[in-house]
Design a protein around this ligand. Structure first.
Ligand SMILES: NC(=O)c1ccc[n+]([C@@H]2O[C@H](COP(=O)([O-])OP(=O)(O)OC[C@H]3O[C@@H](n4cnc5c(N)ncnc54)[C@H](OP(=O)(O)O)[C@@H]3O)[C@@H](O)[C@H]2O)c1
Length: 329
């Protein structure tokens, strides 16, 4: 079977722990090369994860004609710069979320990829996990009645000042960009339209200056999405989707484990139903769908314009932080 040869820009944790193993288990994907700013790091990770080629610079990986698709898990402020370089080298790009530091930044990348004729997708792996495919199906088939409300909680504890999320000096750091982007994305995905206006309450760390605890309301034409996200709170994640006739709850909406089943719950006037989702590797599903789109032209699960639309909502949330008021998207 034909496979796509993947090159990884950097030895990022997410690449080492989830995405490279996902590529290795993929049907249409093959791990080929990894690059790091330090040759030694690239060589070490290549040895540990059985990656054939290791480069001591991102440029060298992009210059290798054998690399067909690039996965970009750099810190957020480098997503657009290096994804553009990859596109200009003729590589298809799977880029980590959020696609850019703001909508304008993300749009620049989308335009370059369109001009160069390469595929681009924001790596929101949750969207193609079967539990989310099921959630969307329950909503569109009317099983919860008329969709009215989405409630999301996403938090973890990380006070390490050297972590890229806590580097207030870097554009794109902070909790809203790191995990607030998920509730924004899933609310748009489930409602199937863009929110009209948003309001955010944002708390920042006094030293690091990054946003660490935020709550927001997104007003859609037919309902509301609300969320709280925090990078300095007890770890927790949960999503509830409520309609006039039912409720759909996802127990582990974002970090669904690879080695055990997960539960979703459906409640209606007929009673409660637990659906167990068999273990699956959401990163493998993501990279394989991307590889398949390159190989046979099937549509990407999410078009790149979706990433720009997501950033527009995040931009509006940051404007709301400043104005202390509703902001249109
Ligand atoms: N979809 C998901 O499930 C998920 C989960 C976690 C994170 N993410 C996203 O993935 C990205 C990486 O997150 P991570 O936690 O894996 O990051 P990380 O471990 O800190 O890795 C980032 C890598 O970028 C490279 N790098 C280049 N310039 C850098 C700079 N100025 N400062 C720091 N690192 C630099 C480094 O690799 P070299 O030294 O090898 O060059 C570093 O290992 C972020 O965009 C994040 O939002 C996504």
């Amino acid at each position: 079977m034909a496979t796509i040869k993947w090159g990884i820009i950097s030895t990022a944790k997410i690449a080492r722990e989830h995405v490279i193993p996902g590529i290795q288990q993929g049907q249409y994907s093959e791990i080929y090369a990894i690059a790091s700013r330090e040759k030694e790091s690239a060589v070490n990770v290549a040895e540990q994860l059985s990656i054939p080629v290791a480069y001591g610079s991102y440029e060298e990986l992009l210059a290798d004609p054998a690399v067909q698709a690039v996965y970009n898990p750099l810190p957020n402020h480098l997503h657009v710069e290096w994804s553009i370089k990859a596109a200009e080298a003729g590589k298809h790009v799977l880029c980590e979320k959020p696609l850019g530091v703001d909508a304008q930044d993300a749009e620049k990348l989308v335009n370059v990829c369109r001009e160069r004729g390469v595929l681009l997708m924001e790596a929101f792996m949750y969207r193609t996990h079967p539990q989310w495919v099921m959630a969307k199906e329950y909503v569109t088939s009317g099983k919860i009645g008329e969709l009215k409300a989405i409630q999301v909680f996403f938090s973890y504890m990380n006070r390490d000042p050297n972590n890229i999320r806590n580097r207030g000096d870097l554009a794109g750091s902070g909790g809203l960009m790191d995990i607030g982007c998920y509730p924004v994305s899933l609310s748009r995905f489930i409602f199937g339209v863009e929110p009209r206006r948003v309001m955010a309450l944002v708390n920042r760390d006094p030293e690091m200056k990054t946003d660490i605890f935020s709550s927001a309301i997104l007003e859609f034409e037919r309902g509301h999405a609300t969320f709280t996200c925090s990078t300095q709170l007890m770890p927790y994640q949960r999503v509830n989707i409520l309609g006039t006739e039912g409720r759909f709850e996802i127990e582990i909406p974002f970090n669904a484990p690879e080695n055990r089943s997960t539960n979703v719950y459906y409640f209606s006037s007929d009673g409660a139903e637990t659906r167990q989702i068999a273990p699956c590797h959401q990163y493998q599903i993501e990279v394989d769908l991307f590889s398949k789109a390159i190989l046979d032209g099937t549509a990407l699960p999410t078009p790149p314009e979706d990433a720009v639309a997501n950033m527009r909502v995040l931009d509006a949330l940051f404007r709301s932080e400043k104005s202390q008021n509703w902001e249109t998207v």
